[in-house]
Every structure is written in structure tokens, then in C-alpha cells.
Design a protein. Structure first.
Lengths: 524, 499
């Protein structure tokens, strides 16, 4: 949109990966004179807002400077040798697939930092909190920006330690166990993934993603591709998470602090699906096609399973936890993303990428809202909240109730909001999958997925009814309505949800050419 | 008659020689130095080790060899090539760091340990360990192995009147002597079938061994490996490790965990890759099985440690070092299968350098904690961040390096080279076993790391950290962090020829 010279773009991309890391180190040091603020806590939280803000600005400038006429071209690329012995290069670059995720990450992290500035998370000193948040941001941004398999792995692993500590130190009930499950599941997956990445790198003779994508699997035999896709797929599927490897997610979400949940759902899960699109689709197409029907089958099982679990949790007397419910709904939503990827058609993959972003926005918002609800009422247990008739949020705190209803409706995929397009396109892709995939199987999957959307609508509406509606008792304790800082943190998400719903072209125009090229293999 | 006299390249043999000479000087000086000045001995030893390390610099310009056969100058007993230099660097730096830890430990022991003898033994053992990678005939190799091991037994049992210490020493001694005896028998078999002790000539001749002697040669190959496998603490020769580490003074345990292992695996490399490449179908599968067993037993053993048991921190480090020995063996086993054996060996060397730096770092922090809490339980590390924030952060970094997780980037990439050596050689199953082990190891390393940052029980006690200990921790930290920023510094060995 605006013309920015290539070297500035390179600098900006390196900036957004490196600055959070430096900021994390700086957060651990005492504040310099002049920046001490009212108290050390306030100073360090403000530091977090400043750094993430700077990164967000850089990401937005990067998006503006991005050549929107050629989104399939890698832009702002840096390529320097780092470890010649292993042929690892610091290769950074963005295209239409990674740019939206990059901006989403920068935005969500900034909003989280802003939210924490006003609403200090309960737990030990905020110093560590801010440092971990920044390391997390750097890791996720690096995952989306690097173009080298081993660097991708490094970035993929980098987020584990900070997320572990965010859950284990600032989390709620059952946090130690949840944090362990989170880290063990993901580690198990990622070690297997490392073997797959090495297999590809050693057999193809390079770890460079661009070179590998251009090669499009031609230098890998089918058996190597099959083994590699299986190994890498397992690692990515744990992160995504795909049913039946999802069981760490509900615990982690329930125990994590609000900010942790937002980032976990909004950003971390995307690293898994991004890996599918960026690595498996172009690098090992034959191997991926072998597994695509299975992936789709697991995906639709996940959709149905997630929805049924949510329905069970939303039932009266089930002692369902709202955070757990949203976590299970994530399993369902990520099922749509995986289904879209499994079709290996441009339509399906575009839908998957769209659903990815939409899920980040909407579920991020949902976790913010539920967190706010917990701050006010002290619980996220649906039964305790709604008592006999319902929690009557519309009556007690109308704006909060309205926002919750908005997020729930967006999550169930109402046309006109962001949740709609991705899931529709994913099913559309399943209607006509790639030529060598079994069409009847995918038609079945599509039908099941469509049934899943009905179930999603059902439980979301149950939640809205139980939380937002109901009679306001006479002596009800008043609930604070939406505060200014909350409004500031949530408005961008609401606005983007509406914009993406009404103007999907803004996103699809970016992803489509890049997806076309990835699927065709190499430079078109 | 001058042709029978071998010429000696003094510069080439300087590093082990200086170490040994300084050891003798310290032993003699101990008789004349007055009680209050005993600390001086330690500093002399450290200076000696530093000088020996610095003398590696002028050697780095090219290969040298000395003690060569006057008839055939290609056959030498002592060779300085890149392999020798790298292992000598590891050994001497490891000994130097162990010496830094010892200064504080000896001071804290307050005459419980005879200082002169301690330094003499440490330096002699280091001299033997530095000699070993340079030796190119089986006799020198065994002599070096013994020079490195014998003082180590005494070091383990050096604490006067400590029953546990003497028991550990006896256990270590008996099992080690058995292993050495077996090795000697293997060497005699190899000698019987080839008629030479020079590694290069063995490599030539063993291919044309008389059919009748074939079994003898094969048995000799396997038996020779036993002694080195013992030093590396490979399963089933590992059972001495936990008790020995707990019984020995902590710096000695640190020394054994790095220098002892370096002795073992460099010996293994010399015997397998240099002397017996044609028998790779005999030692390849054996080492692969040994590696898989070693890492599994070591990691499961570490996993089973109870955090509240006395000395559980040292025990955990001991078991984890057994597990790490398993990873070190993987590329050596892979060398049997790969087209480029030297590249595989390089992965072991690179991994050993990483392991040496961070494992000594972990031991250094353990020594720091052990000063205040002599039981050195893992639970004693709870809340270390509150009392010693920097030490806690560094221990976390070292443990994550050992685990192979960011921010321990060097640990991660060192594991990647080992993995790639295995995958490259077609040992997929070994790579998978290793992957499972890496996850098991992550579990206990992370548990320990997480404990460092928990809220402390009671008031955190601040104490001054003695200068030598600070120096050791700082040195390992600088090494670890520098390597994490530029992994190429050690990983380049996995891409070039070492011999």
C-alpha cells in the first residue's frame, strides 16, 4: 500500500522478532532512572506495554509496506548463514500466509499486555510475567517469520517454557498438573517432529523452506515423504490440537490465567496449523495426500467431539466450566481448519487460514470476556453462575452481556461475522477435494462437519441463555460493567471480527495467491 | 646408532607433560610449604592447568607427530591432530574447572582432605586423560587409561575417615580393575592376531588375518571395547556411577562426569574408527545396542530419583550423565554404518564439548548450594531464585541445555547433530529410542528447573559466593551462552575431518 524500501522492511521484520527478546531481558533488570514510574510493578508492566506496542506498530507498518499485488512472493527477506555445519540459515521472510498471523500475534500480545497493565494477574511479581510474555511473543512471531526448518523448530520450542511458567505460576486451580500435561504433550510431539524435519532436511539436502517448497517433494521418495509427514504431522497435530491428541488443551485453558488463555488459543494453536500449510503441504505433497483422508476424518471427529463435549458441559447440573467449554469449542473450530487443509484445494486451505485468524480473534475475545466475568463473580462454573434461572448478565452488566453474546454468536459462525467464512470455505473445499482424494469420503466428512455447525450453534446459544439471560433478583449484587481499559483491549477484536466478516476479501486476497503457489509448488 | 633414537617433539607433548610436572612439583612442595600457605598449592595447580591449556594454541597450526618408528615414520605413538587438540582442550578445561571448584571445597573441608596429595592426584589423572587422545598405539593407550584412572580411585576415597567415601572408592576400584583386565586381554588377542600395537598398522593387518585367528581377533575387538565402555559409564558398566559420585567430593564427581567420559569415548573412537574400521560389523551393532541401553537406563534411573532423598541432586546428575553418555555413543555407533565415519565422530566431539561446559556449570551451582545445605537434596534448590537469582537462572540455563530446550540453544543443536548422525547412517530405530529418551530426560530436568523458581520455604539465606566458585560458574556460563549464540563454534567439528 505504501512504498517502503526493502532494507527497511528487512529491518522491521528482524525488529519484531528480536525486540521482544531484548525487552524480556530488560524486564528482569531494574528500571533505569526516569522510567521508575509509581512502583516497580507499574514500571515493568508499562515496559511490557511499550515493547509490545512498538512491535505492533512495526507489524502494522510491515503490513502496510507489504506488496499487496504480489502476496505470493516472499518479502522482507533476510538470509544469512548461522550454523554452516548443520546448514542452518537465519532466513526470515513473509508472504500472504504468514503476514496475517504475524499481525494477529502482535495485536493479541499487545492487548494482553495492555489488559495486564490495568488488571494485574494474581501471582508472583509481574517482572517475570512480563519477561515471559515477551519471550512468548518473540517465539510465536519467529515461528511465523522464519523460513528454515530447524529455526522453525527452535521457535516452535521457544514458546514452551514461557507458557509453562505462565500457567504454573500465574494460573488458577490445578495449574501444576495442567502445566505439566501441556509441556509433556507438546514436547513428545515436537521431538517426533524434529525427527521428521531432520529426515526431510537430510534427504533433500537443505533445510530451507523456500527451496524445499520449490522442489515440491521431487527429491524425496514417497516412503521418505510418508514417514516425514507422519512424524511432523504428529508434532503439529498435538499443538493444533487434533482429536485424539487434544487432551492437554482443556486442562491448560482452565488453569491458565486470562492472558495465558487468550494467547494459547489465539496464537499458539495457530503455530500447529501454520506448520501444516507452510511445511507439509508444499514440501511433501505425496506423503500429505496419503494421509489427507485420515487427517480429515480425525478433524471431523474433533468437530463432533468438541461440540458434544461442550453440549455436555453446558447442560444444567453438569458443573461445566466456561473456560473448559471454550477450550473444547476450540477443538471443534480447529477441526474445521484441519478439514480445510486436508482437502488440499485452494478453497479449503484458504478457508482454513481464514478460520485460523477468525478463531484467534473470536476465541481471544471470548477468553477475555470469561476472564472478566471471573474477576467479577469469582467463578467460571456455569452452574454457580447461572443458579436457578440464569446469570442475567444482560440485566446486571448489559455491555458485558452484549459483548459475550456477540462473541458467542460470532463463534457459532453467523454470516456477516468472521467465524462464518472460514468454516464455510473449508466445507466448500471438502465438497470438491483435490483430484486424487476420494470424493465420497470427503462428502461424508462435509456432511458431518455441517452437522457439527448445528451442534456448535446449539451449545453457544445454551451458554448465552444461561449466562446472559434470566431474571434479575431484587437483591442481586451489582456487577461492574465494562471498564474503559477493558473496552480498549476488546474493541480491536470486535471491530476486526466485523470487518473480516463483512470484507473477507481483505484477508483472502492476501492468502489466495500464496496458497495457489504453495499447492502448485515452486514459483509459478 | 643414531637412527634408533627417536626424536622427540617437545612442544607436541607439552600439554600432558606440563600437567604431570606441575603435579610432581606440587607433591614435593607440599612437604615444604607451611600449613597456612597450603592454599597456594591449589593456585599453582590451576596455573599449571591453564598453562597446559594455553600451550594447545601453538599446536593448532598443523598436525604433528612424535615417537615415530625410525624405520617407518608414518607409525607414531603420539600424534597431535585436530581430534587430539579438541579432546585435550575438553580434558584440560574440564580439569581446570574442577580445580576451581576444588579450591573452595578443600577450604570448606578444613583439613579433612590432604591438599598436596589431592592436587597431585588430580593433575596426574588430568595428564593421563590428556595423553589418551594423542596415543596411537595400544600400549600407550592402556598406559594413558591407567594413568587417568588410578589417581581417580584415590581421589574418590580421599576424605579421611569417611566410610562412604572409602566404600565408593573400593567399588570404583574393583569394577574398574576388572574392566581394565578384560581390555588387556582383548589387546593381547588383537596383538596375537596382527602382530602389532600401532593402530594404523592394526587397521591394515586385521583385514588379512589368518582364517583360524579370525575368531580370536573378533573376540579381541569386543573385549578391548569393554574397558573404554566402563570409563564412559555405558550400561551395563554403569553401576559404579551413582554411589561413586555421591561418595566422592563434589568437584571430583564433576571431574569424573566430564573428563572420565572424555577418556572413555575418545578411547572408544580410537579403537573402533582408527584401528578397527574393517570390523565395523562387529562393533557397530554392539555400540548401537550399548547406546540405546545406556541412555534408557540412565534416564529412567534419573527419573526415579526421589527429590527428598539425601544427595538426590548429585545422584540425579550422576544418572543423567549416564543418559548423556548414551547420546555420546550414538554417533560412534553410526560411524560403523555411515559413508563418512569422521563426520559422525565429529558429532560426538561436538556433543561432548557442549556437555562438558554445561554439566560442569550445573555441578558448579550444585557445589554452591551444597555449601549451605550439605545434604544437597533436590528439594534444597527450591526457591534458589529468591536467594541467588543469577545462580538460579544459570542453573536453569544449564539444565535446559542438557535437556535440549530453548533457551539452551546449543543443547538443542548438539542433539540435532547426534540425531542427524543417526538418521544419516540409517539407524532410524536408534533415533527413535533417543527421541523417547530426550522426552524422559526433559521431564526430570524441567521438574528441577521449575523447583528453582518456586516460592522458598522460610527466609532465603544470602551468603557470599567465594571467588573461585564464582569464576567457575562465570566461565561455564560464558561458554554456554557464547555457544548458544554461535553454535558453529563447536558444531563445525561435526562437518570436518578430525584425523
Amino acid at each position: 500500500m505504501i512504498d517502503i524500501s526493502e532494507s527497511v522492511m528487512q529491518f522491521l521484520l528482524a525488529f519484531i522478532v528480536v525486540v521482544p527478546l531484548i525487552g524480556a531481558l530488560a524486564a528482569l533488570l531494574p528500571a533505569p532512572p526516569g522510567l521508575k514510574g509509581k512502583s516497580p510493578e507499574q514500571a515493568v508492566l508499562r515496559h511490557g506495554v511499550t515493547i509490545t506496542g512498538a512491535v505492533l506498530v512495526a507489524a502494522v507498518v510491515l503490513a502496510l509496506g507489504f506488496d499487496h499485488d504480489h502476496p505470493s512472493k516472499m518479502q522482507a527477506t533476510t538470509d544469512i548463514s548461522w550454523i554452516p555445519a548443520l546448514d542452518v540459515r537465519i532466513h526470515l521472510g513473509i508472504d500472504g500466509i504468514s503476514l496475517p498471523l504475524l499481525v494477529l500475534t502482535a495485536l493479541l500480545t499487545f492487548l494482553c499486555a495492555l489488559y495486564s497493565y490495568f488488571k494485574l494477574p494474581a501471582g508472583p511479581s509481574p517482572k517475570g510475567f512480563v519477561a515471559l510474555l515477551l519471550v512468548l511473543e518473540s517465539g510465536t512471531l519467529a515461528t511465523f517469520a522464519v523460513l528454515d526448518l530447524l529455526l522453525f523448530f527452535l521457535a516452535f520450542e521457544m514458546v514452551l517454557i514461557p507458557m509453562y511458567f505462565l500457567i504454573a505460576r500465574w494460573g488458577g486451580e490445578g495449574r501444576t498438573r495442567a502445566a505439566w500435561r501441556f509441556i509433556l504433550f507438546t514436547l513428545l510431539g515436537s521431538v517426533v517432529m524434529l525427527l521428521g524435519l531432520l529426515l526431510i532436511g537430510l534427504k533433500a539436502g537443505t533445510f530451507d523452506m523456500v527451496a524445499l517448497a520449490t522442489d515440491n517433494g521431487r527429491s524425496l521418495t514417497t516412503s521418505v515423504q510418508v514417514i516425514a509427514v507422519l512424524a511432523i504431522g504428529v508434532g503439529l497435530a498435538v499443538k493444533t490440537p487434533m482429536w485424539p491428541l487434544h487432551s492437554w488443551l482443556p486442562d491448560a485453558h482452565t488453569a491458565a490465567p486470562t492472558v495465558g488463555s487468550v494467547l494459547l488459543a489465539g496464537v499458539l494453536l495457530k503455530m500447529g496449523t501454520y506448520g501444516f500449510v507452510r511445511i507439509l503441504l508444499p514440501v511433501a505433497p505425496e506423503g500429505f495426500h496419503t494421509f489427507a483422508p485420515y487427517l480429515a476424518a480425525f478433524a471431523v471427529v474433533g468437530i463432533i467431539y468438541g461440540s458434544l463435549a461442550c453440549l455436555a458441559l453446558a447442560k444444567r447440573g453438569a458443573k461445566g466450566d466456561l473456560k473448559r467449554l471454550i477450550a473444547y469449542s476450540s477443538v471443534g473450530h480447529m477441526g474445521f481448519v484441519l478439514l480445510g487443509i486436508a482437502t488440499t484445494t485452494p478453497t479449503g486451505v484458504n478457508g482454513a487460514l481464514f478460520a485460523n485468524i477468525a478463531h484467534g480473534l473470536i476465541t481471544g475475545l471470548l477468553f477475555f470476556l470469561v476472564g472478566a466475568l471471573k474477576d467479577r463473580t469469582g467463578t467460571t462454573d456455569l452452574d454457580t453462575l447461572s443458579e436457578e434461572t440464569g446469570a442475567a448478565l444482560y440485566g446486571k452488566a448489559p455491555r458485558l452481556g452484549g459483548l459475550l453474546a456477540f462473541a458467542a454468536v460470532a463463534s457459532l459462525g453467523l454470516p456477516g461475522l468472521a467465524g462464518f467464512w472460514g468454516e464455510m470455505l473449508a466445507m466448500f473445499g471438502a465438497f470438491k477435494p483435490a483430484a486424487d482424494l476420494s470424493r465420497p469420503a470427503f462428502l461424508t466428512f462435509m456432511a458431518i462437519a455441517a452437522f457439527g455447525t448445528l451442534l456448535t450453534a446449539a451449545y453457544m446459544l445454551v451458554v448465552v441463555r444461561r449466562v446472559c439471560m434470566g431474571a434479575v433478583p431484587q437483591k442481586a449484587p451489582s456487577l461492574a460493567d465494562v471498564q474503559t481499559y477493558e473496552l480498549a483491549a476488546w474493541t480491536p477484536l470486535v471491530v476486526l471480527t466485523v470487518v473480516a466478516g463483512l470484507w473477507p476479501r481483505a484477508l483472502l486476497g492476501l492468502t489466495d495467491p500464496a496458497v495457489q503457489q504453495l499447492l502448485a509448488g515452486g514459483t509459478r | 646408532m643414531s637412527s634408533l633414537v627417536q626424536s622427540v617433539d617437545w612442544l607436541a607433548i607439552a600439554p600432558p607433560t606440563i600437567t604431570a610436572v606441575v603435579g610432581l612439583v606440587v607433591l614435593v612442595a607440599d612437604l615444604f610449604v607451611d600449613e597456612r600457605r597450603r592454599a597456594l598449592l591449589g593456585w599453582v595447580s590451576i596455573a599449571g592447568l591453564a598453562a597446559a591449556t594455553l600451550l594447545l594454541l601453538p599446536l593448532s597450526d598443523g598436525d604433528r607427530a612424535t615417537f615415530c618408528l625410525t624405520g617407518d615414520p608414518r607409525l607414531c605413538s603420539y600424534t597431535v591432530d585436530r581430534f587430539t587438540l579438541v579432546i585435550q582442550l575438553l580434558v584440560l578445561l574440564g580439569a581446570l574447572l574442577a580445580a576451581l571448584l576444588s579450591v573452595t571445597a578443600l577450604k570448606d573441608a578444613r583439613k579433612g582432605v590432604p591438599e598436596g596429595e589431592f592436587w597431585f592426584l588430580l593433575l596426574s589423572s588430568a595428564a593421563g586423560a590428556a595423553l589418551l587422545p594423542a596415543s596411537r598405539d595400544l600400549a600407550t593407550l592402556v598406559v594413558a587409561l591407567e594413568v587417568a584412572s588410578l589417581p581417580a580411585f584415590a581421589l574418590v576415597g580421599i576424605r579421611h575417615g569417611d566410610r562412604k567415601s572409602s566404600e565408593a572408592a573400593l567399588k570404583f576400584f574393583l569394577s574398574s580393575v576388572t574392566a581394565t583386565a578384560v581390555t588387556l586381554m582383548g589387546i593381547s588377542f588383537v596383538y596375537a592376531s596382527t602382530g602389532t600395537l600401532y593402530l594404523l598398522r592394526i587397521a591394515d593387518r586385521i583385514q588379512h588375518v589368518d582364517g583360524q585367528l579370525h575368531t580370536l581377533a573378533q573376540a579381541g575387538v569386543v573385549l578391548t571395547l569393554v574397558g573404554f565402555a566402563f570409563k564412559t559409564a555405558a550400561v551395563p558398566f554403569h553401576f559404579w556411577v551413582p554411589d561413586t559420585y555421591v561418595g566422592a567430593p563434589l568437584p571430583v564427581a564433576a571431574y569424573l562426569s566430564v573428563v572420565g567420559k572424555a577418556v572413555g569415548f575418545s578411547g572408544l573412537i580410537l579403537v573402533t574408527v582408527v584401528a578397527l574400521p574393517s570390523y565395523s560389523d562387529a562393533w557397530g551393532p554392539a555400540l548401537a545396542a550399548l547406546a540405546a541401553l545406556t541412555m534408557t537406563v540412565g534416564n529412567v534411573g534419573a527419573l526415579r530419583q526421589q527429590a527428598t532423598r539425601a544427595y538426590s541432586a548429585v545422584r540425579l546428575l550422576a544418572w543423567s550423565s549416564v543418559g548423556q553418555a548414551g547420546y555420546l555413543l550414538v554417533p560412534i555407533a553410526a560411524a560403523a554404518y555411515s559413508r563418512d565415519a569422521q563426520k559422525s565422530i565429529g558429532s560426538t566431539v561436538a556433543y561432548a564439548l557442549m556437555y562438558g561446559a554445561v554439566n560442569l556449570g550445573a555441578f558448579a551451582v550444585a557445589a554452591l548450594v551444597g555449601r549451605a545445605r550439605t545434604l544437597n537434596r533436590i528439594t534444597d534448590y527450591r526457591g534458589l531464585y529468591a536467594s541467588h537469582p543469577l545462580a538460579a537462572l544459570l542453573l536453569a540455563f544449564f539444565l535446559l541445555c542438557l535437556a535440549g530446550l530453548p533457551p539452551g540453544i546449543i543443547g538443542l543443536f548438539a542433539k540435532v547433530t547426534v540425531f542427524s548422525a543417526a538418521v544419516d547412517a540409517g539407524l532410524g530405530w536408534l533415533a527413535v529410542v533417543m527421541a523417547v529418551n530426550v522426552v524422559i530426560a526433559l521431564f526430570y530436568y524441567l521438574q528441577w528447573t521449575a523447583l528453582l523458581f518456586r516460592a522458598p520455604e522460610g527466609e532465603p539465606e544470602k551468603q557470599r559466593v567465594p571467588a573461585p566458585l564464582t569464576a567457575a560458574i562465570a566461565l561455564t556460563a560464558v561458554l554456554g551462552i557464547a555457544l548458544s549464540g554461535a553454535p558453529q563454534l563447536v558444531l563445525r567439528f561435526s562437518a570436518t575431518a578430525l584425523f
